[in-house]
Design a protein around this ligand. Sequence first.
Ligand SMILES: [Zn+2]
Length: 337
Amino acid sequence: MKTTVQYDDIREFEFKPGTTLSSYLQLTRDDVKSYFLSGSSLVDCSCPACLSHERSEAFSKFGLNYQECSNCQTLYVSPRPDENAIDEYYRKSKAREFWNQHLLTETEAKRREKLFKPRVQWIIETVEEYFPSAQRFSSINSVHPPFLQELVESDYFKKIRIVTPRADLSHVNCEKDGVQVVNDAIGAFSNPTDAVTLFEVIDRLSDVNAFAGALDKMLVPGGLCFLTTISISGFDLQVLWDKSNSIFPPDRMNVLSTEGLMLLFERHGFECIELSTPGLLDVQIVANAYKENASIEIPRFVRYLMEQRDNDTLQTFQEFLQMNRLSSFARAVFQKK
Ligand SMILES: [Zn+2]
């Protein structure tokens, strides 16, 4: 199994907290209240990764409760809204409108160049190594229009199916032979596919297990699943815990441990061919949080590190986290047996 340390990660907004991120979090808090807490029914669930019922209460965010799985340490919201309620939230909420208008478009060109061009390259190189005959590609529920644009323009796959009950694709040009956009509900995966991407997708699903089952049926034997997510195994999430700006519903309802991620996909008949945590920002995120609020509760060792050691040590520590799969930004490739 490969471990890669080279890519930038998606959490640059957490790294540069400012009024834009604060506004997004405030709008999300309000929308969670009106979409999920007023009148709609929430359902109790077991661990989305390993299905264990053993758990302990972790903390509450925006009125929803996070649980920590006693078996695989995955952090997840329970009770939680169903898939239809979450789809509706992503289509209509003020928070998502704000995201599309501000956080997405303000940095689109830069993100496409720095983040999504290398990501499409990663997909193509992995396909060439593990499943060179792959022609049919599906992207499910991408919340990253620049990625989809980059993929469509790469001309690599003959057929691209964009399944998107949640994303606003108004600024993606999909007018091309072989590109199909399906505004379908999650789980309605009727056509077989050779490769699929799930970027920040499992983080915000209501029923992860049912989704993984549908994925198993959709991918042909040897088919590849590419995913990125944030992981509770990572340094800044473990240290900051409930104070982390990266953990909030519904964007991060499921914060799987790397162990939980493996258990989920192995249970559904996949083999892991890459699991890396190439995040660059864990140590800086903790350093920023500590700088902003020196009374924040962090482990004594981490406080010592932040107060007494220089940037070289912090940089080397981040590299240690990457190499040992202990950064919070994870990416993985699973192959269907
Ligand atoms: Zn678990």
